[in-house]
Design a protein around this ligand. Structure first.
Ligand code: PLP
Length: 323
């Protein structure tokens, strides 16, 4: 058996049973390692599914320019899968992108438009969206994926990752999922509750993100959270929300590496911390089956979470802002 392209080696990512026995609550903890997808993250699933759907439904053709505003894993995944289908990809990024992600997206051949001027809110989101709308007018055959509102984004996880988890496990009592566009949690929550109606879906977000009504605040860790509430979340089935601060997220990443040999990205550290926090105050007599979704690998965070200098500056900033 062989693939005609490595991008077809999508999904069927490993599930690892982790030891976590620092709580009164007895549990089986399963980590779903989504960074084993071909371009290194959970977003391969959305990129591949959305493009295939659009092509099959003739909503785009092979001359269409795909546009998306993204500074992270979705940009990396779309760059690769657009190339697979011979589509042009224009990626709108902003000045907050890490050098690593920008270099990967550029190396993968995407056209990159970088927004460097902050908008009235102090961030870049509004100017990024403005730029996307200008491109849509300038280029007649262009299509904005708009992951925050595109139902195919959630559908990718309902049919793909959601199904896979239901096949890999005989039971799920809890699943913890980091949120940004809301595609992963919307698709997975719907699928899992069909198969395991008692399962509790816990959304994990980061301080400074406004997804669940929090106050907007500068965020330093890419991948998680958002400056707007995603439209597709309206179709999710979420039981509980945990908001993690950036310090706990960083600690979570380092502990995952030290105790479990899992070198993972920021949202994985946040999910791991959320599980610890959640079960600190809970204890049922039964052993519960818990799933942690780990979206990407630590490599993309070697200039942030796993960088000593960055960590030192981060601690200084944190201390000054709390004085
Ligand atoms: C590292 C990481 N974690 C979590 C998420 C959240 O996934 P979603 O956009 O489906 O909510 C993303 C999305 O880009 C991500 O890159």
């Amino acid at each position: 058996m062989y693939y005609s392209t490595i991008l077809d080696n999508l999904g069927n990512t490993p599930l690892v049973k982790m030891e976590l026995n620092n709580h009164k609550q007895a549990m089986n903890l399963y980590a779903k390692l989504e960074f084993y997808n071909p371009t290194g993250s959970v977003k391969d699933r959305a990129a591949s599914y959305v493009l295939e759907k659009l092509l099959n439904n003739k909503e785009i053709n092979y001359d269409t320019t795909i546009i998306e505003s993204t500074s992270g894993n979705f940009g990396i995944a779309l760059s690769s899968y657009c190339k697979k289908y011979g589509l042009k990809f224009c990626c709108v990024i902003d000045a907050a992108i890490t050098d690593t992600n920008e270099n990967i997206i550029r190396s993968l051949g995407a056209e990159v438009i970088k927004i460097t001027e902050a908008d009235s809110s102090g961030g870049y989101l509004l100017n990024r969206i403005k730029k996307v709308n200008e491109i849509l007018v300038e280029r007649p055959n262009s299509y904005w994926i708009n992951q925050y509102a595109n139902p195919y984004n959630a559908e990718a996880y309902y049919t793909g990752l959601g199904n896979e988890l239901c096949e890999q496990l005989n039971n799920i009592d809890y699943i913890f999922i980091g949120v940004s566009s809301g595609g992963t949690i919307t698709g997975i929550s719907r699928k899992i509750k069909e198969r395991f109606p008692h399962a509790k879906v816990i959304a994990v977000d980061i301080v400074g993100s406004v997804i669940f009504g929090g106050k907007p605040q500068k965020r330093h860790i890419p991948g998680m959270g958002s400056s707007m509430r995603p439209e597709i979340l309206a179709h999710s089935q979420i039981d509980d929300i945990i908001i993690i601060d950036e310090v706990s997220c960083i600690f979570g990443c380092h502990e995952l590496l030290e105790k479990h040999s899992i070198f993972a990205g920021g949202s994985s550290g946040a999910v791991y911390s959320a599980i610890n926090q959640y079960f600190d105050s809970r204890n049922t007599s039964e052993v519960v089956d818990v799933v942690a979704l780990f979206p990407d690998r630590g490599d993309r965070y070697t200039s942030t979470i796993y960088n000593e200098q960055w960590l030192r500056n981060f601690v200084v900033k944190e201390k000054t802002s709390s004085i």
